[in-house]
Design a protein around this ligand. Structure first.
Ligand SMILES: C[S@@+](CC[C@H](N)C(=O)[O-])C[C@H]1O[C@@H](n2cnc3c(N)ncnc32)[C@H](O)[C@@H]1O
Length: 658
């Protein structure tokens, strides 16, 4: 039974809890014991017992069993495997003692054979996932080689979850323990050896003593598919005998559930017969399940905005090219729902109107305001609302080049009785000659505003005006690798994309990169930029992989009214303007305390672009229009701790018209 839902009636916000079981001969009974009686959503169970040499003594569960490799006694005929596989209620747990990199050749070859056999069995049963044991020791090359062969095998479509411990358990303090090794390093070498295969993911095995917060955060940028929580971690209150999780574990579990990761409770062997017989008795694992469930239920329900964002989290989108393409109705709708943005525009226009027109002249001075890219009229609406609030008179030119959206705009104007004050101009603003002097220009295109002809026709105030600060932060974000592999149009994996980053680790605080003041009144001022940034990876983070950089902006609309997209700013949070993600073609590894040196260029160029249009109407008519267009693009690279190629050279993968 799911732990709960975070949005009312939204079933896909359900969070799940599974259980790791020991080996039982009868999978039917296992399911009955843990899923039917125990209310867990899935079981992670060994599907074969493997008591044969060399590891008989290492696994107490198989100590007294037959020394053969043997599947479940009940075989697949007795049970509806297809159904279970489809429902994903059984995850195969591969023998924990396998050591594929052992110095002992017998152990190594036995381990290889057992791994193969168990995976084949799980695959035959069409299971969705297998839990692989933690690599032993410091080297995992042979283990990774075998897993790589399985991943790249012709038939494999199973998810392989590698069990990776985080933190330390009480046993780890012994002198022989390997626990001081940063487990991220183990994971990293394993996934690099497997060439970042997207079916290789992580099951975090959470220990009693957790590492520092920064080190934990790293994992949100990794492909974590589940978190295993041992019953040992839970504490019991002396009075009342209540089970509870330590505070830091509670927070970690809450964060993992927020990131949609299922939890797996592990550690207690439930006697099958006793449990089945005593159906009414409280399940021994119930207190642990209840505790995880409580942590989840204490989360606030998702806000309306979060619900809307669910589908687009971590989804790569190529940035709009407003001067080249027409936006779709869906895109206008998305923009319009970001009400916070328009409230801020309205506030800024109010302030600008009050500054421009003193109270005593309010009844007769008419301010001429141009809305550039009026779309369906949200900025027009914000401007007129500001005029109403401040009691100022306004005449609005709504300039819009998209003939589709102008229909809706026209309707809005008529429906609101604005026909005498709002004038639609269906034109590209770059070529529009304003019929009169405009006082205020409101727009949403800071980087391109310098190419507006209307600017040169003496406008006194432009909103947003100044301090468009671009900031960049380093990002560890693996989803991009998966998606980029699947989406070929992300040419050379070097196209900057807009994306609602969610499963992401921000490895260092953002730094300012470029500042622009718009409009630039003198032609000589260049909007080309170059900046070198140095990000220091905090010591308590440990090592990490950098997959790219997140670009944010912060703009001043007027005076103290600002809009910002950077998460740490206290400014209103915008959800229709996503961060820009600048990927690295090959991720770069950074170590704790190291410096990551990055270079960004903003390049501007005038190019002659030829458009060829063919019209067939009785005769072939070829019309070639040549127009002068300016284009802007970014190039970026890393020079320390190692060098990357310079990305997006000459804007070959992504650029924008000016
Ligand atoms: C992001 S939408 C914003 C629409 C509206 N202002 C809003 O906030 O909902 C940008 C609008 O600007 C229009 N646009 C883009 N380039 C333009 C240009 N050069 N001249 C006039 N309109 C343009 C697009 O067609 C689109 O309707």
């Amino acid at each position: 039974m799911p732990l709960g839902f975070r949005g009312e009636g939204i079933t896909y916000t359900a969070r799940f809890c599974g259980v790791e079981t020991p080996f039982y001969f009868n999978i039917k009974e296992t399911i009955k014991t843990y899923i039917v009686h125990g209310d867990f959503d899935f079981v992670v169970s060994p599907l074969m017992f493997s008591g044969h040499s060399p590891s008989k003594d290492r696994d107490p569960e198989v100590h007294n069993l037959d020394r053969r490799l043997y599947p479940y006694a009940e075989t697949d005929i007795n049970v509806a495997w297809a159904q279970w596989a489809k429902a994903g209620i059984v995850v195969a747990k591969i023998c924990p003692w396998l050591d594929l990199d052992s110095e002992d050749e017998n152990v190594r070859t036995d381990s290889e054979a057992i791994l193969k056999q168990q995976i084949e069995w799980a695959s035959y049963l069409s299971l969705k996932a297998c839990l692989l044991p933690t690599p032993k020791g410091n080297s995992c090359a042979n283990y990774a080689r075998c897993v790589n062969q399985i991943l790249k095998g012709p038939k494999n479509n199973m998810q392989l979850l590698l069990r990776i411990p985080i933190g330390m358990s009480d046993n780890d303090y012994s002198p022989r323990s390997n626990a001081s090794v940063d487990s991220w390093q183990t994971w990293n070498s394993f996934r690099v050896l497997c060439d970042h295969h997207n079916l290789l993911t992580i099951a975090l095995d959470i220990k009693r003593v957790l590492p520092p917060e920064n080190s934990l955060k790293r994992w949100y940028g990794e492909p974590v598919d589940a978190a295993i929580l041992d019953t040992d971690i839970f504490l019991t209150k002396a009075r009342g005998n209540t089970t509870y999780l330590p505070k830091r574990h509670q927070k970690l579990i809450a964060d993992l559930l927020d990131h949609n990761k299922p939890i797996i409770i592990s550690g207690i062997k439930v006697p099958i017969d006793a449990q089945s017989a005593a159906g009414s008795k409280r399940h021994p694992l119930r207190p642990y399940l209840d505790q995880v469930s409580n942590v989840y239920k204490q989360r606030n329900p998702l806000s309306e905005r979060e619900c809307r964002e669910l589908d687009i989290r971590d989804f790569l989108q190529l940035p709009l090219r407003p001067f080249r393409n027409f936006s779709s109705a869906l895109s206008y709708e998305g923009q319009a729902t970001d009400s916070l943005k328009y409230t801020e525009y309205e506030r800024a226009i109010c302030k600008a109107l009050l500054d421009r027109v003193p109270n005593e002249k309010a009844s007769f001075i008419v301010t001429v305001l141009v809305v550039v890219g009026a779309g369906r009229g949200s900025l027009v609406f914000a401007s007129l609302k500001a005029a109403e609030i401040t009691g100022r008179k306004l005449k609005v030119y709504a300039v819009e080049k998209n003939p589709q959206t102008v229909i809706a705009l026209d309707e809005v104007i008529k429906a609101n009785n604005w026909v005498d004050i709002v004038f639609i101009v269906t034109s590209d603003v770059r070529y529009w000659n304003a019929p009169e002097r405009a006082d205020i220009l409101v727009h949403k295109f800071p980087p391109t505003i310098d190419s507006f002809k209307v600017i040169s026709n003496s406008i006194s105030l432009v909103l947003p005006l100044s301090n468009l600060n671009y900031k960049f932060s380093t990002v560890n974000w693996l989803v991009v690798i998966f998606q980029a592999k699947a989406r070929k149009y992300i040419l050379h994996s070097e196209s900057a994309c807009v994306v609602k980053l969610y499963n992401v680790a921000r490895l260092a605080p953002s730094q300012q990169v470029f500042t622009f003041t718009h409009p630039k009144w003198f032609d000589k001022e260049s909007n080309e930029r170059y900046k070198k940034l140095q990000f220091e990876i905090p010591k308590d983070t440990g090592s990490a992989m950098v997959h790219g950089f997140a670009g944010y902006f912060n703009m001043t609309l007027y005076k103290d009214v600002c809009l910002a997209t950077e998460p740490s700013t206290k400014k209103p949070d915008l959800f229709s303007w996503f961060p820009m993600f600048f990927p690295l073609r090959m991720p770069i590894r950074v170590d704790r305390g190291s410096i990551l040196e990055v270079h960004f260029w903003r390049c501007v160029d005038s190019r002659k672009v030829g458009f060829l249009f063919l019209f067939l109407h009785f005769m072939l008519l070829i019309w070639i229009a040549l127009c002068n267009l300016k284009q802007v693009w970014y190039e970026w690279c890393v020079t320390s701790p190692s060098s990357s190629p310079i990305h997006n050279c000459n804007g070959r993968s992504c650029w924008m018209d000016l």
